[in-house]
Design a protein around this ligand. Structure first.
Ligand code: NAD
Ligand code: IPM
Ligand code: MN
Length: 351
């Protein structure tokens, strides 16, 4: 468990309650280890991600759960780059899996759309693109400054995320995969995406493969979200469109994600950031974190427990046990307690 910064600490406390409840009910051999890696820790010690941390995680852990990073005292996000992007890149977690699911009709911001219309997944590439940190400055701080920020794509990196999207479609009875890029402008990197997509799609004739430029994708996500089943896109576009997707589900407070490399240690985290202004206020919605716990349990093969967590979140939504972002009057820990009790099999009353 790496709670991180801001509301990362608030929502992770609820994730712990729910994991404990699931472990108790289904007798799962759960051992939680908390790591203090955060802005506080970085400012106190100068250490962001300690030496040997990734080796320790890989050798001794089954999964990693992360709250959020981001603190105004670290404006360059150095600690987050080292810890979060460090884990995504160095553990080679090439799939950032972000489900966009409307769990309750009342959360839908779109007119005339239902829970059946908003139900798709985004496969965000997670180890390349604009996130590699390649580039530099010349004459920094002068009127002649030049800033270069490069996107890097590799055949291997693009091919494997596209293949992961098709494999998911096949194994989850989906019929469509849509790839989004900006290959009309990015004539090198995104042209590679085009060619990889065509090559991989040809191997899956039973799956309908389509393409949208990312600008058109954002429009269709709002106009006709029902046309999507599986979307695959670049690291940066995936970051952007999944915040839009979160809005379709009811907001950042409910969006969950998994950073995966099949067969290896994986990392689970809510999509939202550290929302510093809500730290410790009881206003943070823990549902994105709790649905990420469900993804974690599912990934470790505990499907029944995963479904129980998801169902408990749905029940909280149905009963109005929600934080203020969803129009509710409950605190972070009240929502977590409700979900944990339900997962534990205890009767939960409508509040
Ligand atoms: P944010 O996700 O922290 O918050 C944006 C807004 O969304 C908040 O002001 C709030 O209104 C709402 N919100 C987000 N999560 C919520 C929750 N659980 N409950 C209720 N409302 C919620 O994004 P930001 O303000 O752009 O960024 C704040 C900091 O977080 C920055 O430092 C940013 O870099 C960082 N960040 C980190 C992650 C991550 O760790 N994965 C993700 C996004 C942003
Ligand atoms: C996310 C966040 C991160 C990203 C930031 C905090 C580096 O926005 O997980 O969506 O851009 O990937
Ligand atoms: Mn983001």
């Amino acid at each position: 468990m790496i709670a991180g910064d801001g509301i990362g600490t608030d929502v992770t406390a609820e994730a712990v309650k729910v994991l404990d409840a699931a472990a108790e009910r289904w007798d799962l051999p759960l051992e939680l280890v908390h790591f203090p890696w955060s802005a506080d820790h970085y400012l106190e010690t100068g250490v962001s991600l300690p030496d040997g941390a990734l080796e320790d995680l890989t050798e001794n852990f089954s999964a990693v759960f992360v709250g959020a990073f981001g603190d105004p005292r670290v404006p360059d996000m150095k600690h987050a780059a080292d810890i979060l992007l460090g884990m995504r890149f160095k553990l080679d977690l090439y799939i950032n899996f972000r489900p966009i699911r409307l769990y309750d009709q009342r959360l839908c911001p779109l007119r005339n759309k239902t829970v059946d219309d908003i139900d798709f997944v985004v496969f965000r590439e997670n180890t390349e693109g604009a996130y590699v940190g390649a580039g530099g400055n010349l004459k920094k701080g002068t009127p002649d400054e030049v800033a270069i920020q490069e996107e890097i794509y590799t055949f291997k990196g693009v091919e494997r995320i596209i293949r992961a999207a098709f494999e998911y479609a096949v194994s989850h009875d989906k019929t469509k995969v849509c790839m989004a890029d900006k290959s009309n402008v990015m004539r090198y990197g995104h042209d590679l995406w085009q060619r990889c997509f065509a090559a991989v799609a040809a191997e899956y004739p039973q799956i309908e493969a389509s393409h949208l430029f990312v600008d058109a994708l954002t429009m269709q996500m709002v106009r006709k979200p029902e046309i999507f089943e599986v979307i695959v896109t670049t690291n940066m576009f995936g970051d952007i469109v999944t915040d839009l997707g979160a809005a379709l589900q009811g907001g950042l407070g409910v969006a969950a994600s998994a950073n995966l490399h099949p067969g290896r240690l994986s990392l689970f985290e809510p999509v939202h950031g550290s929302a510093p202004k809500y730290t410790g206020s009881g206003k943070a919605n823990p549902m994105g974190a709790l649905l990420s716990v469900a993804l974690l349990l599912e990934n470790l093969g505990h499907e029944t427990a995963a479904m129980a967590v998801e169902d408990a979140v749905k029940m909280a939504l149905r009963d109005g046990v929600t934080t203020f972002d969803l129009g509710g009057r409950h605190t972070t820990s009240e929502v977590g307690d409700f979900v944990a009790s339900s997962v534990a099999g205890q009767p939960v009353g409508a509040a």
